[in-house]
Structures are given as C-alpha cells and as structure tokens.
Write a protein that binds this ligand. Structure first.
Ligand code: DOR
Length: 442
C-alpha cells in the first residue's frame, strides 16, 4: 500500500519500507528501512515516516538486496520484436531484479566498443542496472578474439559467446590468459558442437521414443572438463553458464576442492523441469542445454544446496510467438525466466530463504563485481549509505503464472498455469520504487 506515489524526482523520493524483516549477507533482523536520495538512510526497528514519504508496506515480507541476474537476453539491438531493454528490465524489476548481465548474442553481437557503448547508452533509462557482457570472439564465431581490452576499458567484466561455446581449445586458452591479465571473467556456454550436432533435446530414452534428435550429456561435459584443464594450465578464472548434468556439477565440485578459480550457475528450468516435459512436442520446452533426466535435476539441486553452484541465473531467452508453430527441432531454444526465477527457487528448492537470496543476489553480484567490494551498489548489505537497490518479497504468497500478464514482449514461459509460492511485492532501483504491490511503475 502506498500513501503517496508519483514520478521520481532526480534525487529520488523518500521511502519507508515498513514492517518487514531485513535479510542480507549479515543475517536477518526485524527493521524498517528509510531510503532518501537514492540511498539507504537508516535501518531501525521503527522509523516514523517523514512528511510526504512513500510508504511501502512490508508486513510479513523479507526486505532483501535486489536480485542480480548473470544471464539475461535482452535482444536489443536486432530482435526488438521479442524483447527490448525497456521491456526486459521491466520484467526484471517485476521479478525482483535490480541488475542484469546482458548477453552479447544480439544482432550485431556485442563484440566491439561501438556495440557495447550503444547498449550502455540505451540502458541509461532502464528500470534495472544493465551490465553489458562482451563476446569472447569476433562475431561469436570462435575464430579470433574480440577486442577484450577495449571492452574492459568500457566497464565490461564478463565475456561470453553464449548461445555457442568456444570450440577451439587453443583459442580458449589464449582467451583465459588474456582475461587473467585484464582481470575479467570468461563465461562458457558448454556445448561441443561436434557432439551436439543438431540435437534438440537430451539424448536418451525419451529422444529415441519421440524421434527428436538428441544432444548427449557429454556435449556439455567434455567442454566443462576441457575448460577446467585450461583454467588449471593458465591459472585462469572461468564461470560455467547454465550447467545441467550431474557429471558437470561433480567436476565443478572437484575443481573447487582443488582450489581452481571456477564458478558455476544453474537455470531455474534445470531444477524445476525434466526431459519428460518434452513429450508433448511443445517447443516451449526446447532449451539449450536441454531439459535433463530427474537424476540430473537432483544433482543440480544438490549442487545448489552444498555450495558447488554459486548462482541461480535465469537464461531469460525471449522468442516470438510464431516460433511456437514450428516443429520442436526447428524452433529456437530458450524460455523466459525473469519473472518466475525467485518463485521457482522458493517453491522447488528445499533451502532456507537466506540461501536462496545468496544464490539470487549477493553471490552473483560478487561474482561479476557488482557488489560493494567490486565497486558496485548491488547485492547489499542493507546499511546506511548503501545505494538503495532492494526488493521486498512475500515468501508465502502464492500466485499462478499467466503468460499474458508478463511484462516481457514475448510469451514463451513453460510455466503457464503453474502455481508458485513466493512473490515480489516491491522493487526499489537506485532509490526509485519501480515496482509497488507487484505493479510496474513505469
Ligand atoms: O536456450 C537457449 N537460448 N540457450 C542459450 O544458450 C541461448 C538462448 C538464446 O539466446 O535464445
């Protein structure tokens, strides 16, 4: 509920987030939060609201640092009919995110200073921070390195050819060496093309039964194994995108135990859906890496529970409605994720909310240097003077996913009609209440 809403003054309105439980890296405590001039002004058990302040009710809710998505496809430039920076960051805000890493597989790809600057400029009025990821190779073609130093000079901290893996081990080795010198992270989409071929789902009993070309788990696993070896050889640092198999998770577990600088994310669809969802041939369930057997889903959940996996990342991948009319193996892979990630994590993972928030907010923020230590204002802690990037979550509210109600320009969620627990009530981005009572404010 709001006593007063209104357009944001440049300095940001004064807000009181009232009656919630603050949860951040330092733990949980009952507290009101006062926000002024874009920053957290105070965190006290009871704060009287100053005259004219906007009051955001948080009774029964958790007040957390805004979520940070390491893996968002915003599609601009090039595929604006499926998503734009404006619609994608609106969906992000509604999902509780105050920062997203924008993937570079746009058209043109983000492999040059000009392309990166363009997205950075287009993002200035977005309702979430957009951290631009750069391509590792020119055109994401896997042949020559992109001008990584120049892009790092523009603030790019994460490089990936996502949508494709870097196929050449030699080139990946050079990229790791180069990235180490620049202090940036390489993020690999693990998919060996010679094994994946034209596979459209997980290779196994289901793909045989359905007659859909399969992609073996080994297509992912050989690249994870190779890149761990290269990380060891170069003393480099690697982040594995959307890992999906038990063997991949186990390799990361061992690499971490060895002390290598390896991190990993998983996507909500890899802990909430299995390959069996493919049985209806609905292209909504086509995604890369593909949905896997239940044993892999369990391994992904275990990896989240035991700290092997560092982050839950959406791989929000909007596609036009027409793509649903295509046969399964011709449809583009990918599904929406920004507005369902938190609720899927709350509903599907048997983890305390504090752990879920670590995986969705402060761990990804730290991983990509958006946290206060890395020089950013994301991921908390919620203390006086910190930039006010916050979300307020009702952890017990239930809701039903309605594709037509999503803010994305696309509709390709595989969760239509699914009842979920955990709802984002308010989102505050740089002191501005961009979502109030689950409604986008602009
Ligand atoms: O399913 C996917 N879709 N996986 C990717 O890695 C890329 C993404 C896309 O861009 O559509």
């Amino acid at each position: 509920m709001t006593e007063r809403t209104g357009r944001t003054a440049p300095s940001g309105p004064t807000l009181v987030i009232r009656g919630g439980t603050v949860s951040d890296t330092t733990g949980e405590r009952r507290a009101d939060v006062l926000v002024a001039d874009g920053k957290v002004a105070s965190v006290e058990e009871r704060i009287e609201s100053p005259r004219g302040a906007v009051v955001l009710e948080a009774e029964g809710c958790i007040v957390a640092p805004g979520l940070v998505d390491l893996h968002t496809h915003l599609r601009e430039p090039g595929r604006e009919e499926t998503e734009t920076i404006e619609t994608g960051t609106r969906a992000a805000a509604l999902g509780g995110y105050t920062a997203v890493v924008a993937m570079p597989n746009t058209d043109p790809p983000l492999d040059s200073a000009e392309a990166v600057r363009n997205v950075q400029e287009l993002s200035l009025s977005a309702t979430a921070e957009v951290a631009v990821a750069g391509a590792i190779t020119v055109g994401r073609l896997g042949e020559r390195l992109a001008p990584m130093a120049e892009l790092a000079g523009l603030g790019v901290r994460l490089f990936t050819d996502d949508g494709a893996g870097v196929q050449s081990a030699g080139l990946m080795r050079r990229a790791l060496e180069y990235a180490r010198g620049l202090g940036v992270i390489l993020a690999q989409h693990c998919e060996d093309g010679s094994l994946a071929c034209d596979g459209a789902m997980h290779e196994g009993a289901w793909s045989s039964r359905l007659g859909i070309p399969g992609m073996p788990a080994a297509a992912e696993e050989v690249m994870v194994a190779r890149d761990i070896a290269l990380t060891r050889a170069t003393a480099g640092r690697i982040h594995f995108l959307h890992l999906s198999t038990a063997v991949s998770i186990e390799m990361v577990r061992r690499a971490k135990a060895e002390g290598l600088a390896v991190t990993a994310e998983v996507a909500p669809h890899h802990f909430s859906l299995t390959e069996a969802a493919t049985a209806g041939f609905d292209p909504l369930f086509r995604v890369n890496p593909p949905l896997r057997p239940a044993s892999d889903v369990e391994a992904v959940k275990l990896g989240l529970a035991d700290g092997t996996v560092d982050a839950i990342a959406t791989d929000h991948a909007p596609h036009a409605p027409e793509s649903r009319d295509l046969p399964f193996d011709q449809a583009p892979p990918g599904m929406l994720g920004l507005q369902t990630a938190l609720a899927l994590a709350v509903s599907e993972l048997d983890l305390p909310l504090q752990r879920v928030l670590a995986l969705l907010s402060w761990q990804p923020a730290a991983l990509v240097g958006l946290d206060p230590i890395g020089g950013g204002g994301q991921g908390g802690p919620i203390v006086p003077g910190a930039p006010a990037n916050l979300c307020v979550i009702d952890p017990t509210a239930t809701w039903t996913v309605d594709p037509s109600a999503l803010a994305s320009r696309s509709r390709n969620t595989p969760y239509a009609g699914r009842r979920l627990t955990g709802q984002v009530r308010h989102t505050v981005f740089r002191g501005e209440p961009v979502v109030i009572d689950a409604e986008a404010q602009r």
